[in-house]
Design a protein around this ligand. Sequence first.
Ligand code: NAD
Length: 486
Amino acid sequence: MDIARERDVLGRVPRGLLIGGSWREGTALFAVEDPATGEVIAEVVDATAADAIAALDAAAGAQDGWAAVAPRARGEILRRTYELLTERVDDLALLMTLEMGKPVAESKAEIAYAADFFRWFAEEAVRIDGRWTTSPAGGARLLVMRQPVGPCLFVTPWNFPTAMGARKIAPAIAAGCTMVCKPAELTPLSMLALAAILAEAGLPPGVLNVVTTTRPGDVAGAVLADHRLRKLSFTGSTPVGRRLMAQAADNVLRVSMELGGNAPFLVFDDADLEAAVDGAVIAKMRNGGEACTAANRFLVQRSVADEFARLLTQRLAAMKVGRGTEEGVQVGPLIDAKQRTKVVQLVDDALGRGAKALTGGSSLDGPGYFFAPTVLSGVDPESRLLQQEIFGPVAPVVVFEDEADGIAAANDTDFGLVAYVFTQGLDRALRVAEALQTGMVGLNQGMVSNAAAPFGGVKQSGVGREGGAEGIDEYLSTKYVAVRLA
Ligand code: NAD
């Protein structure tokens, strides 16, 4: 542990609220913890509803001027942000690990992923198009243009503290929108560091405003009730998303919702089992299992189920657990005591219904919120961990008989974010990919995230897409002008 470097990196993060281009002090502060030790590593300003309205004042005030900035100039700010993030990846990754816990190598991968959204939308900023057509009856012409939606509110989670903000901020900047961003209270530092980089890259005052708070309901509620707001984009749990959608309905806001998942990971009898296990380790263990895309249910065809569980157990049992700053660590702590208690309860429920822990199964002693990488076999279909997000390093293996059974089990959930499918049969792969009720499918691979692809879910996993050509649409309104041509 290099304490001097950790202090230096922490010491360089702004602690105030970013409102209208200046960092504001507040009357109260709140503490940020290192989940690997439980120690306080920083204190940041605890914003009130009045601070949030001041941030919206700044965003609303900057909106017209920002929309008028040339697309290329907006794109160049995004490109510079990509370059600064890439240049400073080591410090930003350490900062992320200190507040969120994931191993530094994974934090670096997240910074690279986040940076990619800035690069991608730098390129999309200059491709906002419209159309000009002749009315079917002749005579009139139809002019269709796309304009920025207007001031946005962004609410983001703690599990990917930089990337979840980047997926919203980059397309909003590209489209010409201004914004108020409220990061999760467990991980505010990465967002503050990103905001400082955007300012350094030339983003004008007021375009991005950041409020950190322990009262997300009050802060978001005040902004949502204000008629100047035009859009809400939220990434987080389905219950909070549902509540925010209801609040957004009062002012008929545009909404994008990236919510929870319950990803099935299907392994068919014709799969390359080694590749399936490699994919399973990524789909389950990336981010310590604390990902909306985490494989939550391993559905394996009967003839290969024991062998798959054996190979997966070997891999998970060998993973090194520890503070994410330590050399060779592959699994960090869970985010806090509450999350760990939830994982313990879900595993105990499955064990109580007859499941067997092939490895792990419990918390690890000592400071921090560690839980052992776990594989469970013989999981009863009624077990709670098959119905809700585990958000931890726990892999339940469930057997299915044939293709129809596997698909039915995969779709037997209210969620529909992503599914993973391992098979070497081309027809089967395409049949199953079509039949799955999800927004995304990983075919013979355990990860789908890519700035160039439309990320998002169906059913109770959300509405809207982030990334790809679709990502900027969320920040554009369509206007049609009926043109009479004499
Ligand atoms: P959460 O819903 O508890 O919190 C998310 C954000 O909402 C935080 O900033 C929090 O402060 C804020 N919040 C909480 N209560 C609020 C309220 N009443 N009003 C306004 N804001 C409120 O989720 P979390 O625990 O931070 O994140 C984990 C969840 O996020 C998981 O369910 C995960 O699946 C989901 N997630 C989804 C995606 C996706 O793209 N679909 C990506 C990452 C995480």
